[in-house]
Write a protein that binds this ligand. Structure first.
Ligand SMILES: [Mg+2]
Length: 220
């Protein structure tokens, strides 16, 4: 069983695009690939696109078990809606998806320490669910610091890091930060796979990311 949690160094930097691409790559090798957005704030767009990426075979209420109206951190959106996030509901959805799949991709919201309830963050959720972490980082100025902070936080929680995906977030020509970030991150994180991810308008294309680059080619 492959279980991957996808977090970002920031919000709005391509977690869903990378998640969908990993799903597409896994579907080339595994029959049953599930995906999940445990809590979504501000609609159900991510859960719906993950649901489509997995072939619409899993019930939407498991792919996106909790959605909150306002586009805020889940804890804040839940408080403002007077509906605390029910961890039992998301645990149950996760367990059922796992029972029906060979691999599961779980997309967080915002970054690793974003609170879901008073006691749970994505770090504690991913640790409880024993997921390996994929960190999506936007290839732009500032990403080195944000990536190192996220790596440090993940290690503090004892979460295994599978890869950092350096996402090209624009089709504009690279400046100097964009040309040097990959090399610097690889130098500073010698034990972690740092993978470049090209700008894409086709997030469900299996060729966007390879299982080999994620170390998943010989996974059971
Ligand atoms: Mg997203």
């Amino acid at each position: 069983m492959i279980g991957i949690g996808v977090t970002g160094t920031d919000t709005g930097i391509g977690k869903t695009i990378v998640s969908r691409s990993i799903v597409a790559a896994l579907r080339g090798s595994f029959a049953r690939v599930a995906a999940m957005k445990p809590v979504e704030s501000g609609g159900t767009e991510d859960a719906e696109s993950l649901w489509r990426a997995t072939g619409m075979v899993y019930p939407m209420e498991r792919v996106g078990p909790v959605s909150l109206a306002e586009p805020l951190a889940p804890l804040v959106a839940a408080r403002r809606a007077n509906t605390p996030v029910d961890l039992g509901v998301i645990d149950d959805a996760f367990e059922r998806l796992c029972a029906d799949s060979d691999a599961i991709i779980v997309e967080g919201a915002g970054g690793l320490l974003v609170p879901i309830t008073e006691d749970e963050s994505y770090a504690t959720l991913f640790r409880r669910w024993r997921l390996d972490l994929v960190i999506v980082a936007p290839n732009r100025l500032g990403t080195v610091n944000h990536t190192l902070l996220t790596v440090r936080a993940a290690r503090e929680f004892g979460i295994r890091i599978r890869a950092v995906v350096l996402n090209t977030i624009t089709d504009q020509p690279d400046g100097m930060p964009e040309r040097t970030n990959l090399g610097l991150l690889r130098e500073l994180l010698p034990n972690i796979r740092v993978i470049p991810f090209a700008y894409t308008l086709a997030p469900d294309d299996a060729s966007n990311i390879s299982l080999t680059s994620l170390g998943l080619d010989d996974a059971p």
